[in-house]
Ligand binder design. Structure first.
Ligand SMILES: C[S@@+](CC[C@H](N)C(=O)[O-])C[C@H]1O[C@@H](n2cnc3c(N)ncnc32)[C@H](O)[C@@H]1O
Length: 379
């Protein structure tokens, strides 16, 4: 192997960037690149299809380059109501743009946007933040709304803790996607997915799938690093748009594997912490479940649960409360099914049997006692 000075410099650059831990946010003026062009195209198609003004949310807006690009096109500008959200307010010369902090999104009306763009954000997020963002997006999209997920699969500048994904990984998060992923002129694989609202799932599976994707990535990258000089690994690296500089690839694989592990460790730490806080969320959901059955004679859907309790509890609490509930009884089990069908019938029979107890059973007996009683009754 030939370790040229250039190769070594590249590795040192990579490690130094990681160590300095600077997050790279593209500048306001960067609007001619392929990502922005792709998003503008989709916005223009949607305007033409709707034949009216549309609402666009720029999720993780950074330096507002999407807003800048929209303002440069007189046709799109006149047809778009733009809003930015982020965890920090963007700093630009004029403050004339709609902005709301991510922590304030629960105050925005559900079904408010025709297009939500999540561009170069996902790789920065932790597992629960990804699930939380996707759930926010699902809730805020109109029924015929479109989610545009754009990101880089390899980061040109290294970022500590960042974990980029390929489109084949992210596709697993949705029921169906339109995949426009491509390679940029610089040879960087760009994820570009278009997802309809109905194809965005809610519920605990999202975090489980993510954990699974990330642990597979961790193990796979780690084994590739250990076998770096094998022919098969070299071929695989080329498929991944790496493979130009073996010592750099080795460093890259080891770090990415480490960051993947970090995300899994963080995820488990948080889960263990929130397990103690579940009771009040569970009680609220159970009440909703029984009230809906009692008043409307139907099993409430998971989407309805999220829409009705999201302003009180965060995504994580809701998903874990649901996970706990669906593990318990025949009543909640239908919430887990993609195609409810038969299990909803069984649950409704059980609930009919419980009519005598009424909704107040939970208030009267407390959550766990009430569930036990219901289960005994059914037996
Ligand atoms: C690399 S920048 C991308 C900015 C812009 N979308 C673009 O493509 O130029 C990532 C942005 O995501 C934001 N971000 C980080 N965590 C976030 C979260 N949990 N929710 C929303 N935005 C977040 C960061 O503050 C940053 O502005």
């Amino acid at each position: 192997m030939n370790y040229t000075e250039k190769n070594i410099k590249e590795v040192i650059r990579y490690i130094t960037e990681l160590h300095n831990n600077e997050i790279d946010v593209a500048p306001f003026d960067l609007i001619k690149d392929s990502q922005i062009q792709l998003v503008l195209n989709e916005i223009e198609c949607k305007i033409k299809m709707m034949n009216c003004k549309i609402d666009v949310l720029d999720y993780g807006a950074g330096n507002l380059r999407l807003l800048n690009a929209i303002e440069q096109s007189s046709f799109i500008k006149s047809k778009v109501e733009y809003m930015a959200t982020d965890i920090v307010r963007p700093v630009v010369d004029n403050n004339l743009f709609n902005y709301t902090d991510v922590s304030n999104l629960h105050n925005i009306h559900i079904k408010s946007f025709d297009i939500i763009v999540l561009m170069n954000v996902l790789h920065e997020l932790e597992i629960l933040e990804i699930a939380d963002s996707i759930e926010n997006i699902r809730r805020l999209l109109k029924d015929d709304g479109v989610f545009l997920l754009v990101d880089m699969s390899i980061l040109p500048k290294a970022e500590n803790k960042s974990l980029p994904f390929y489109s084949y990984e992210l596709k697993k998060l949705f029921y169906k996607v339109d995949d426009f992923s491509y390679k940029s002129k610089r040879g960087i694989p760009i994820v570009a997915l278009k997802i309809l609202k109905k194809d965005i799932p809610v519920f605990i599976e999202e975090t489980r799938i993510l954990e699974n994707i990330i642990s597979i990535k961790r193990d796979y990258y780690c084994s590739m690093a250990c076998l770096i000089n094998y022919k098969k690994v070299e071929e695989k690296l080329v498929d991944m748009s790496l493979g130009f500089n073996s010592i750099h690839d080795f460093t890259y694989l080891m770090f990415i594997s480490g960051f993947a592990n970090y995300k899994i460790v963080r995820f488990n730490e948080i889960i263990n912490k929130i397990k103690f806080e579940l009771c009040s969320t569970s009680i609220e959901i159970v009440k909703l479940f029984f009230d809906t059955y009692h008043n409307e004679k139907r099993i409430i859907t998971v989407n309805d649960i999220f829409d009705q309790v999201h302003y009180k509890f965060d995504y994580l609490n809701i998903t874990y409360a649901l996970n706990e509930l669906t593990a318990i009884g025949s009543f909640f089990f239908p919430l887990k099914e993609d195609h409810i069908g038969e299990s909803e019938l069984i649950a409704s029979e059980h609930l009919d049997l419980l009519e005598d107890y009424g909704v107040n059973i939970i208030n009267d007996l407390g959550f766990y006692q009430a569930l036990r009683k219901c289960t005994e009754y059914y037996r």
